[in-house]
Design a protein around this ligand. Structure first.
Ligand SMILES: [Zn+2]
Length: 223
């Protein structure tokens, strides 16, 4: 269930104060338009009605997709993480009692929230995407295309017309560029890490560190 509420914000450019809508929780099923805005990032900006400058809105929120059974909590405050873990554990237990299993995640950056929502929206599994990204990063380091630069961050950004995964890379030079993971490679990883034989237990934190641990423990890419 979506829970929007009004929030007073003050423009950093002109000092104008006005009310904007923030979302304590956002349901992809109930609010598809706002779900798209979450993915493209515009849900977290507003335009000052006085001077027209664009301000950033940064707030904790729970994103949920009740069709794909996924929940992602964006927690900008590290001191709140253990409370969020307790809350999600209770939600998982309650859902489990009625026979519904949710994938529940906690992220600590807005970009990660947007990425998880995009992965969910495209019917992909975030565990397989993280493993594919980690493998891509390891190989990209040896690629001429990056001209000696390292990849600092990789985000999933969508599917191309052939269903391949498009990545958004941020390099240590600050330059950004796109990368691609072939759909067949993603599906191979999904078979391995989500469906078995190296099936993994779920975790609230499915990120780069989680993917590296899975690669180490499965030994899949060791040969
Ligand atoms: Zn203003």
């Amino acid at each position: 269930m979506s829970r929007p509420r009004p929030q007073e914000v003050t423009c950093t450019q002109c000092g104008n104060t006005e009310s904007v809508t923030v979302w304590d929780s956002l349901s992809a099923v109930d609010n598809p338009k706002e779900k798209d805005q979450l993915i493209d990032g515009s849900l977290f900006t507003y335009k000052c009605s006085n001077c027209g400058s664009v301000g950033v809105l940064n707030y904790a929120m729970l994103f949920m997709d009740d069709e794909r059974h996924m929940m992602v909590y964006y927690c900008p405050d590290a001191s709140e993480i253990s409370n969020v873990e307790d809350m999600l554990t209770k939600i998982e237990e309650t859902m489990s009692e009625v026979g519904v299993e949710y994938r529940c995640r906690i992220v600590t950056s807005l970009n990660s929230l947007r990425e998880k929502a995009a992965i969910c929206d495209d019917d992909l599994d975030d565990r397989a995407v993280e493993v594919a990204k980690a493998v891509f990063k390891a190989y990209a380091g040896a690629s001429d295309e990056l001209a000696g630069h390292k990849v600092t961050s990789i985000y999933y950004s969508g599917l191309d017309d052939d269903g391949n995964l498009i990545l958004y890379l941020i390099l240590d030079s600050g330059v950004t560029q796109d990368g691609t993971i072939p759909l067949a490679f993603y599906e191979k990883i999904e078979d391995q890490c989500v469906l078995g034989p190296h099936k993994v237990d779920d975790s609230f934190f499915v990120d780069e560190g989680w993917a590296e641990d899975w690669i180490d423990s499965s030994g899949v890419f060791k040969e």
